[in-house]
Write a protein that binds this ligand. Structure first.
Ligand code: GLP
Length: 245
């Protein structure tokens, strides 16, 4: 694993955006695995700036998002489809028909997950996967569990994730309790993975995930087994990790 320690959030965002932009330049029709959460917002803003300058062309890019809340429509401003439209897709020349997010409105979980796995399969997998990191070590919505889930599945969100994400909703009760998420197996099949972390709140879980034992109780720890992971973080998020290496 390569670790890039940036001085602050903006620097980390530019670094992650540089990696994504290199991927798009080298393979204009690449498949990007995209993430939501507050951490990648700065990265997406930087990509938009480079697109506006004429340095980036998304016209052939395809994207497959990690996850979606079950029950939320694309129009719901807390859905991850809405997030992606607002924070990236509406501001660049990506063809929305080439952007995929699990269908939160599909009530039949098995069908929603089967369909999404087929989308991932038919695109030949992901070239570059962007990941954030949950406070309990979740990636996508793969919560701590007894085993690593391979494919797309429906998860019951943990109390800690529901309360961490409650800041985006009117109240805790409004946070959906379930989500569809790409599985650890699909994430691990990405050719390259960039994990973006920021802020002091992530320092303990970053150390646990990347220096601790590999266990499904800390889902991100499985990334230690991937051959091409870049961890991009600011000094605050990497402080404990840096002490441990
Ligand atoms: C959500 C998303 C994750 C994301 C995590 C961390 O739970 N499903 O993909 O990595 O939040 O979010 P943040 O970057 O806001 O800390």
């Amino acid at each position: 694993m390569r670790v890039y320690c940036a001085k602050d959030y903006e620097h980390a965002s530019r670094t992650a955006a540089n990696i994504i932009s290199a991927q798009i330049i080298m393979k204009p029709d690449c498949v990007l695995g995209l993430a939501t959460g507050s951490t990648p917002i700065g990265t997406y803003e930087q990509l938009i700036r480079w697109y506006e300058k004429g340095d980036l062309d998304f016209s052939k890019v395809k994207s497959i998002n990690l996850d979606e809340y079950k029950g939320l429509t694309a129009e719901n401003d807390q859905s991850y489809r809405y997030f992606m439209n607002t924070h990236l897709f509406d501001s660049v020349n990506i063809d929305k028909n080439n952007t995929f997010v699990p269908d939160g409105t599909e009530a039949d979980s098995e069908k929603a997950c089967r369909d999404y796995d087929e989308i991932i399969r038919s695109h030949g997998g992901v070239d570059l996967q962007i990941l954030g990191l949950g406070h309990n070590g979740h990636i996508g919505f793969n919560e701590p569990a007894d085993d690593f889930a391979k494919g797309t599945h429906c998860v019951k969100l943990t109390e800690s994730t529901i309360s961490a994400n409650a800041r985006f909703f009117a109240s805790m009760d409004d946070v959906p309790k379930e989500a569809y998420t790409m599985g650890i197996g699909s994430i691990m099949q990405a050719k390259k993975i960039v994990v973006i972390v920021s802020g002091e709140g992530k320092k303990d879980i970053v150390k646990k995930a990347f220096l601790g034992p590999i266990t499904p109780q800390v889902p991100a720890s499985v990334l230690q087994l991937h051959s091409d992971v870049i961890l991009v973080g600011d000094e605050a998020a990497l402080s404990e990790y840096n002490k441990g290496v």
